[in-house]
Design a protein around this ligand. Structure first.
Ligand code: HEM
Length: 535
């Protein structure tokens, strides 16, 4: 029994508070019925909105925290493959589930554009508003003096008078897909790879110091697989595109860039400044280094690749300041590296946990080297290494959380649903990649053999690890070839062995705590012993 004196002391909320609380609950209920039952019934041609409880906030938190889980919830809730909608940061975000709908989004370049997303992403990386305006303006309105007009590709070689961003897209595609240019880039990449994988050049940044209790071994070393992949890929691509001068004028650049890249998701997902201080600081340092490099005269950095030389020149012609140019280029360096080293990590990690598969890949790769000291034959790597192909396709299927993103400039119809101006459209490719109807009942498991059993599977509709439409990754050929070279040169030089871990071997899983706009990272590193191979 409660003490009556105690009961008399309990202060009950004032009746007015009860009334306010009841009115709020009633208003919320009416809002829910109106928004999620009445409106959908009145407007059957609109994408249905996944119900939520807090007006305005909607699905924002869940979308940034774990978009895949939220989207899966939506798929299960509606149980059909029609587009449905979320409310993210106050905007209607339409999610596509049908491969045909994605194809019609890619085709509809009149109504649907990536520009809004580009502005948001570049803004998050610190590029200033005036620059964001300039890159979408007709260049003839910005480049006025005769000398700049005579030198600018945006004026001279741009018959459709595209704004900088659209011009850059075409330029990238021409530079990175043209066979001769691609071959030259890869020749450079290979020479840097050979230099950086030479035994005496292995970097202390990924070598794990030997513990005093470990028996000394003849010529073998333990490395962190994560850092080995991140370092090697970023080093080789940076020297390929910028030459050794960048390292000379900004010796910290590579480290600063990697520090930034590790935390870049915080910038990309626009975490509040107090939660993303270290990532912004690392980004600013990387930009400092690049700015210093760009301030050299052209003759002092002759190895800067045409692609970046042109970006630097054209942005400068438009009147963009050097700091913004440097920030712009750091974003592109991020696009080049951020996915590639994670993909390489998963390929190595799976092979190390499946020795039979590793042996099969080693045998294939040996066939690409005519003699022990020869260069690898790219043609053999690309056409006569089915196990390497299969593990590449499977890694890109399972570990790539990329999406196609578009904004509606005008109303249009996708999958018989009305898309309105201002809507954001998202096609989450991983949902297609894990679709059992396309990849079989075990679509959720990592099994490269599916690509050996069905040789055309990588051409299946719904398999789009490099996106599509007018933003189809222009680096796709370079990416596949650089990773094949990295795998080939590593396996050719070293015997790879898992370092025993407490509890026995464990294949890392995707780190779900860190949201990823593309290739996903592991929840645990893998330690690998490298021993020079006897040929
Ligand atoms: C495994 C590595 C890579 C993956 C998984 C990947 C994936 C992607 C994806 C999914 C997109 C967006 C496509 C879309 O919006 O539809 C993209 C865009 C882009 N990628 Fe890659 N990429 C990789 C490597 C590279 C490399 C090595 C380069 C350059 C050498 C590169 C340059 C770019 C650029 C410049 C864009 C922007 C395209 C635009 O907005 O028009 N990527 N990439």
């Amino acid at each position: 029994m409660l003490d009556s004196a105690f009961v008399s002391q309990i202060v009950l909320p004032h009746p007015i508070l009860w009334a306010v609380a009841a009115a709020l609950c009633l208003a919320l209920l009416i809002w829910r019925v109106w928004t999620f039952i009445i409106i959908p019934a009145l407007r059957p041609d609109e994408p249905k909105l996944l119900p939520y409880w807090i007006p305005f906030l909607g699905h924002t938190w869940a979308f940034f925290r774990n978009p895949e889980k939220l989207i899966n919830n939506g798929f299960h809730y509606f149980g059909s493959n029609k587009p449905f909608a979320l409310t993210v940061a106050g905007k209607r975000t339409v999610i596509l589930r049908n491969v045909q709908d994605v194809a019609s989004v890619w085709r509809n370049t009149q109504a649907l554009t990536i520009d809004g997303f580009v502005v948001e992403a570049l803004g998050a990386f610190g590029i200033t508003k005036p620059t964001l305006k300039k890159i979408f303006t007709d260049p003839r309105d910005l480049i006025k003096d005769d000398e700049s007009q005579a030198r600018s590709l945006l004026i001279r070689e741009n018959p459709q008078k595209k704004g900088y961003m659209d011009w850059e897209r075409d330029f990238f595609t021409a530079q990175l897909l043209e066979p001769d240019r691609l071959r030259k880039l890869l020749d450079k990449y290979l020479s840097h790879l050979q230099e950086v994988l030479a035994w005496d050049n292995l970097s202390p940044s990924y070598v794990v110091p030997r513990s005093s209790s470990e028996p000394p071994r003849d010529k073998s070393t333990t490395v962190s697989l994560q850092v080995f992949c991140r370092y090697t890929v970023s080093y080789c691509s940076t020297v390929t595109f910028f030459g050794p001068k960048l390292q000379q004028v900004a010796p910290q650049f590579l480290q600063d860039y990697q520090d930034f890249e590790r935390l870049s998701w915080k910038v990309f997902y626009r975490l509040p400044a107090f939660l993303a201080r270290s990532s912004h600081a690392a980004k600013e340092k990387a930009i400092d280094g690049l700015e210093k490099y760009l301030s050299l005269g052209e003759e002092e950095r002759p190895e800067l690749e045409t692609i970046f030389q042109a970006i630097n020149n054209e942005l400068t012609h438009l009147g963009v300041g050097r700091r913004d140019v440097a920030a712009f280029i750091v974003v592109i360096i991020w696009a080049i590296n951020n996915n590639a080293h994670k993909v390489a990590f998963w390929i190595f990690a799976h092979m190390l946990h499946d020795p039979a598969y590793l042996n099969a890949v080693c045998r294939e790769i040996d066939g690409a080297y005519a003699t022990p000291d020869a260069e690898p034959d790219m043609n053999v790597l690309l056409t006569a290494c089915p196990h390497l192909d299969a593990i590449w396709y499977e890694t890109m299927r399972v570990y790539n959380a990329t999406s196609a993103i578009r904004h509606a400039k005008t109303d249009c119809i996708i999958g018989d649903k009305r898309i309105r101006v201002g809507d954001q459209i998202v096609a989450p490719f991983r949902q297609f990649h894990l679709n059992r109807e396309i990849f079989g009942a075990d679509a959720g498991s990592f099994r490269p053999e599916r690509f050996l059993e069905n040789k055309g599977l990588h051409r299946a509709k719904g398999y789009s690890p490099f996106g599509g439409g007018y933003t189809y990754c222009p680096g796709r050929l370079f990416a596949q070839r650089e990773i094949y070279l990295f795998v080939a040169e590593t396996l050719r030089r070293f015997d790879l062995e898992l370092v025993p871990r407490p509890g026995g071997p464990r294949m890392p899983q995707v780190d779900e705590r860190i949201p990823s706009p593309a290739a996903m990272g592991p929840d645990e590193d893998v330690l690998v012993r490298l021993t020079p191979r006897a040929h």
